[in-house]
Design a protein around this ligand. Structure first.
Ligand code: CUA
Length: 198
């Protein structure tokens, strides 16, 4: 395809559009409202951009599937494997299951000022999880693993709230996690999974 005629054609179309736009009478008040709406759009796009680049608020970057009906039979999300875990590289991985109407395990302790990778799955229907004042806000779609990395800047009790309507008990579906000072936190000692004992 020849690019020069295409560019010329686009130029003509653009000029036509501008000419038509200029021919339309726009009232001064209308002009002001157009400018205000453009500024609102620019402001919202700006907020999204700043959140994405500086606050780490992003859509999930990968798709990972899992069979929700057999989580307890699988290795990663079996009951003994849930909660806080430190992997071989020293990264903290937290595996959580959302189900009507709670997050499991019911309670965990995590360190402050440390990157934490949460891996969420649902055992039944669509849930969501939101931790106010952090970038933790995601849908937990049955059949998929939702992975989010976050850091809690200060020790304290943080609420975990379900933010997707999941049934009659939805508004009681919340839990909390204890964030403790980095120096006071100790990695949990995992007991060997069933079947691994000698
Ligand atoms: Cu779970 Cu709403």
């Amino acid at each position: 395809m020849q690019t020069k005629p295409l560019i010329q054609k686009c130029g003509h179309v653009l000029r036509d559009c501008c000419a038509q736009f200029n021919a339309v009478h726009i009232d001064n008040l209308e002009r002001k409202w157009i400018a205000i709406s453009m500024m609102v759009i620019a402001l919202l796009v700006g907020i999204i951009t700043i959140d994405a680049f500086f606050h780490g608020v992003n859509p999930p970057g990968k798709v990972e599937t899992i069979d929700s009906a057999s989580l307890h039979l699988g290795k990663e999300f079996a009951e003994d494997n849930l909660g806080v875990d430190v992997n071989d590289k020293g990264e903290i991985i937290i595996r959580m299951v959302a189900g009507r109407y709670s997050f499991f395990p019911k309670h965990i302790d995590v360190p402050a000022e440390t990157p934490l990778t949460f891996r969420w799955v649902s055992m039944d229907v669509l849930h969501g999880v939101h931790i106010p004042m952090t970038n933790m806000s995601t849908m937990i779609v049955p059949g998929y693993v939702a992975e989010i990395t976050t850091t809690f800047p200060k020790p304290g009790e943080y609420p975990l709230l379900c933010n997707e309507y999941c049934g009659l008990g939805h508004n009681h579906m919340w839990s909390n996690i204890s964030v403790i000072a980095k120096e006071d936190w100790q990695a949990p000692v995992k007991s060997p999974a069933k079947g691994e004992q000698q």
